[in-house]
Unconditional design. Structure first.
Length: 275
């Protein structure tokens, strides 16, 4: 079945691989980039099957118009993949105000507005899918990634609620939870706070290692992860979460079990506040 896809951030990483795999199998793709020349080769190779739209997610006022243009270029939208984003690392105190704002604007507000802009097109098509690329950091928090965690936890809460809102229209929502992957996300997709000496030797300082390319032994195969994302669109009902990577599964289950344990022990004290 040929589908039409809107994928943000197709110049590198998961977005680029998604565009390549989708176009290779005969689907049509509208891809957003900040620099159109970054995908000139795909445009030349695939012609009208690949439309390119310039967008920076922080420019939220342009998002709805870009989504409308993408739908017009393809005739309809079947699947929308909210993929664009980046990682910001450093202790919360180390981050500048501008860094905090830009991270929230890109990963959280931009993603929210993209999904909101896409929903009228999916309803008009009689259904479809939204894939929101999150991270195992959307369920497990680590020192030195507080703002990145904030954006991923935030978008996951948004998507869970939206999934219930749009289910009556035949629209499925899937939160993609990749672990570490050998993509261009690091180090080019990472940004860092200016370190404070006070945090030297603390748990938050461990995130500074990503400046040098991150820890060795990253096990995630990005091509396999992308293939799993594409395959998930054929699953019915849509999986609310798609966990990719044994490291993601381990981190997420440990975090969820610890969170549940901390709540279970408070059943009696919680009830003590009932009127």
């Amino acid at each position: 079945m040929t589908r039409t896809w809107l994928v943000t951030g197709v110049s590198s990483g998961f977005g680029r691989l998604l565009a390549e795999q989708l176009l290779a199998r005969g689907d049509r793709v509208a891809g957003t980039v900040r620099r159109p020349d970054a995908v000139a080769d795909l445009r030349a190779a695939h012609g009208d099957a690949f439309s390119v739209h310039q967008l920076d997610l922080t420019d939220t006022g342009r998002i709805r118009g870009v989504v409308d243009d993408a739908a017009a270029a393809l005739g309809r939208l079947d699947v929308v993949v909210s993929n664009a984003g980046y990682g910001l690392f450093g202790a919360a105190e180390e981050l500048s105000d501008d860094q905090v704002t830009h991270q929230l604007d890109t990963n959280l507000l931009g993603s929210i507005q993209l999904v909101r802009a896409a929903l009228p097109h999916l309803r008009a098509a009689g259904g479809g899918r939204v894939l929101q690329v999150s991270s195992s950091a959307g369920q497990a928090a680590w020192p030195g990634s507080s703002l990145y965690n904030a954006t991923k936890w935030g978008i996951e809460g948004f998507c869970e609620a939206v999934a219930a809102e749009v289910a009556p229209f035949g629209i499925g929502v899937t939160i993609v939870e990749p672990g570490g992957a050998r993509t261009g996300f690091g180090p080019t997709g990472l940004r860092f706070a200016e370190p404070l000496a006070a945090y030297d030797g603390t748990p938050a300082a461990a995130s500074r290692a990503f400046r040098d390319g991150g820890p060795p032994g990253v096990i995630g195969d990005p091509a396999r992860m992308v293939a799993a994302m594409i395959a998930s669109v054929d699953r019915s009902p849509a999986p609310l979460r798609l966990v990719l990577g044994s490291d993601a599964w381990t981190a997420m289950t440990a975090a969820l079990e610890a969170r549940l344990d901390s709540v279970r022990g408070q059943r009696a004290t919680a009830g003590a506040t009932d009127g």
